[in-house]
Ligand binder design. Structure first.
Ligand code: SAM
Length: 292
């Protein structure tokens, strides 16, 4: 299990890299994108993306896929919502891209939870600047200490992108989240899974990303044990593979022989992720569940 200090250290080292790579249209999404082979066949053809596209175009393509990932999951979740504008938790909010998008596009009131204080400050600053302070509230806290962040009113919707695999202990996380929702509340998330927790790729992922990744099977059991019923379970592995190609092409342009070891490590990690998703050692799923 990553400690609070390890997570804060990881994200403080990454913050400027993330902002440079992901900040576009006032939103920085630190999660993978979802792409459509009919609309963007060139991203699926060879598996590699041409770095000649240039930094701006690569950033735009990553961003569009990331926004599609949020809107796709929100549409799926909406089918199960019992109220039109549910109070929402963005669980593991990063730099707030999802929270801001949900507030701006769908008018939702969103609590953006992160364990990293500098991310909380960034989110609140952006929400204020965009006149969304009435809708987006940054909450800095550890998901495992709900007394520090849980509001009195239950959440109608909880969304999470590429964050649960970093939190570990899914049985506990889902149990805590279930206690913040009434019956009928919806929990929707997108995340990575490993076929085996003891595989080499799981160890590499956890070491690089300060995480504790699990299998889909463990996740489904933990959801059921916490009192959720699964409504949607959709394999999006193939649809997100282009994200890694875009990210590797971005690294090729922005990394040189003089780049820091950390930047070179990022490039290698993204190449390995792409290969692992291709090879079936890693999967990416969208899950929608509702509390019974
Ligand atoms: C990769 S980021 C994803 C960010 C965001 N969902 C996005 O898509 O842009 C993972 C996030 O999970 C948060 N996180 C990890 N462990 C946490 C914990 N125990 N409690 C609260 N937040 C946590 C991190 O602070 C970070 O904001």
């Amino acid at each position: 299990m990553p400690t609070r200090e390890e997570l804060i250290d990881y994200y403080s080292r990454k913050e400027s890299e993330y902002l440079g790579k992901y900040l576009l249209n006032d939103r920085a999404h630190a999660h993978v994108g979802i792409y459509d082979p009919e609309r963007q066949p060139e991203l699926f053809r060879s598996g590699w993306v041409d770095s000649d596209l240039g930094v701006d175009r690569l950033k735009m393509l990553m961003h569009l896929g990331q926004e599609r990932s949020v809107s796709e999951l929100f549409q799926l979740a909406s089918e199960w919502l019992t109220e039109p504008e549910p109070k929402t938790l963005d669980c593991g909010a990063g730099l707030g891209g999802t929270s801001i998008l949900l507030a701006e596009r769908y008018g939702l009131r969103v609590d953006a939870l992160t364990i990293v204080p500098s991310q909380g400050r960034h989110i609140q600053r952006e929400a204020d600047r965009l006149n969304l302070a009435g809708l987006v509230t940054a909450r800095v806290g550890d998901v495992f200490s709900p007394d520090d962040w849980r509001p009195s009113k239950p959440y109608g919707l909880i969304m999470s992108f590429d964050a649960f695999s970093q939190m570990g202990r899914k049985e506990t996380v889902f149990d805590i989240l279930a206690r913040t929702q009434r019956a009928g509340g919806v929990l929707a998330f997108s995340d990575h899974y490993v076929a085996s927790r003891t595989s080499e790729i799981a160890a590499y992922y956890n070491k690089y990303w300060v995480s504790e990744i699990s299998s889909l099977q463990e996740t489904v059991s933990a959801l059921t044990a916490a009192g959720y019923r699964i409504r949607y379970l959709r394999d999006r592995t193939d649809r997100q593979i282009p994200y890694w190609g875009l990210s590797v092409a971005y690294s090729e342009i922005t990394t040189s022989d003089r780049s820091t070891a950390r930047r070179l490590e990022t490039k290698s990690f993204h190449e390995a992720m792409k290969a692992a998703h291709h090879g079936g050692d890693m999967q990416y799923y969208q899950v929608v569940a509702s509390k019974v």
